[in-house]
Structure formats: C-alpha cells, structure tokens
Design a protein around this ligand. Sequence first.
Ligand code: ADP
Ligand code: ADP
Length: 236
Amino acid sequence: DPVIECTDVVRAYTRGGGRGLFSRNTQATTVTAVDSVSATIDRGELVGIAGPSGSGKSTLLHLLAALETPDSGQITITGTDTASLSERGRTRLRREHVGIVFQRFHLLPSLTATQNVALPLIEHGVGKRDRRARAQTLLEAVGLGDRLTHRPATLSGGEQQRVAVARALAGDPDVVIADEPTGELDSAASETVLDILADVATEHAVVVASHDPAAIERMDRVIRLRDGTRDTDGHA
Ligand code: ADP
Ligand code: ADP
C-alpha cells in the first residue's frame, strides 16, 4: 500500500474582499494554490516537489503532512483520509506517521541536541531512559555522536538540520516531509543532509520540496508544479 495517496487535490485561498486602505471595497480574489494534483508516494522513495516560487510546493507539502486538508479531492496517509479526521485526529495521525523537517530547523534553543530529538517521544509515552537512548542512537546515525550535549546555537547550520532530521525520525514515521531542507545551508552541508535523506528513504518515504537544483537532482522522482498543477513528470 502507498504511504500517501493524493487524488485530484485542490486547495484555494481567498484574499482581500475587505475594505481597502484607499478604496471603499476591494475585490476578493481566489488563488488556487494546488489545482487538481494526483500523486502516489511509496516507502523506499525519495520524491522531490519542484517548481518556481508560488507554484504551490509549500501548500502541497502541508496537505501531504495533514497540516491542512484539501477543499476537494482526497489525501490518504497510510490509508486514512485526512479530511475525515478532526484537528486532534490529524495531530495524532501526524504524530504516528509523519516526520517534518523545516527550512529553519525549528530546534528549541534551550535544549541539547539529545533533548531536542527526545522531545517528541514524550508524546509517544516513551520513558526517559529509552528516550535518551533512542535520541543518541539517531544522533549517531546522522553523524552527530560527538554533539549530543551541544545546544543549537553552538552547532553549524548543517549540524542543526541533521538534529532536525533525527528529531523527525524519533517517532519512526512512515514518511518524512521536508520543506526546503537545504535552503539555509552551504553546498557541503546540503550534500550531507541530502545523503542522510537518501539513506532515510531506503526504509521510509521521503518528500522534499525545494527549488535547489542540487537537491532536486538527488531525487528518485520529481513532482513538478507550475501554477499549482503538475507539469511534466520528470526524472532527476
Ligand atoms: P511555493 O511553496 O511554491 O512558493 P505556495 O504553496 O507557498 O508556493 O503558494 C502557492 C500560492 O498560494 C501562491 O500564490 C501563494 O501566494 C498562495 N498562498 C499560499 N499560502 C497562502 C495563504 N495562507 N493565504 C493566502 N494565499 C496563500
Ligand atoms: P521559513 O524558513 O520560511 O520560516 P520553515 O521551513 O521554517 O519556513 O517553515 C515552513 C512553514 O511551516 C511555515 O509556513 C511555518 O509557519 C510552518 N511551521 C513552522 N513550524 C511549524 C510547526 N511546528 N507546526 C506546523 N507548522 C509549522
């Protein structure tokens, strides 16, 4: 079974329509950020989402992560329709099946690398000793065995992103979703993070939204967006 199945998904945003600063009324405009996109994502795949700025990459990623639900069409994550769940149900679905990596890492500055990775495991009901052991194993796997007690500010950008990848893996998700994971990194650090994501993709599904050509080139398969719709289905 696919990890994520996306069928004719549409997500639109409405802007304006209120009172303008200089005019009495402004016309509401609707932007269809994602327009009838279908895609299937399987375990063992490193899938890119590419396209120019404003083409719908972030919106699609948020839909695939069940952070948002489609206006029409359907997204299933390990067989569950995300729109059938309450907000709490979606939070639980994410906790059990999805790991998320952000462009700007979003680590907690007051916590060590180990504590940052262990944090999501509290919600999984894992005890303190086991949380620490799992966090250390994951940090060793991303090459940070010598940075366990470092706080984010004392780590390089590449090291912080590797901590974020380890954190995303803490709950053993089916899919890791990364939004511009190399956007803040130099090319050497990007390369390391992409190596790790490729390795993660041997056992999980990994989806990476990016406009970094070096990142897109590393993907097994690329979903190209243009004005919210799928362009040609390219192979990197
Ligand atoms: P990308 O990630 O490729 O830059 P986005 O998904 O961020 O594209 O945006 C796609 C389109 O949807 C853009 O026109 C953007 O302005 C619009 N959009 C995205 N999010 C919102 C939002 N929360 N409210 C209004 N418009 C949005
Ligand atoms: P940026 O670098 O532009 O801040 P990020 O990659 O850090 O972008 O974040 C991408 C998007 O995810 C942002 O729109 C942000 O609002 C959202 N986001 C950040 N942290 C969380 C979170 N913990 N849960 C849900 N959404 C988040």
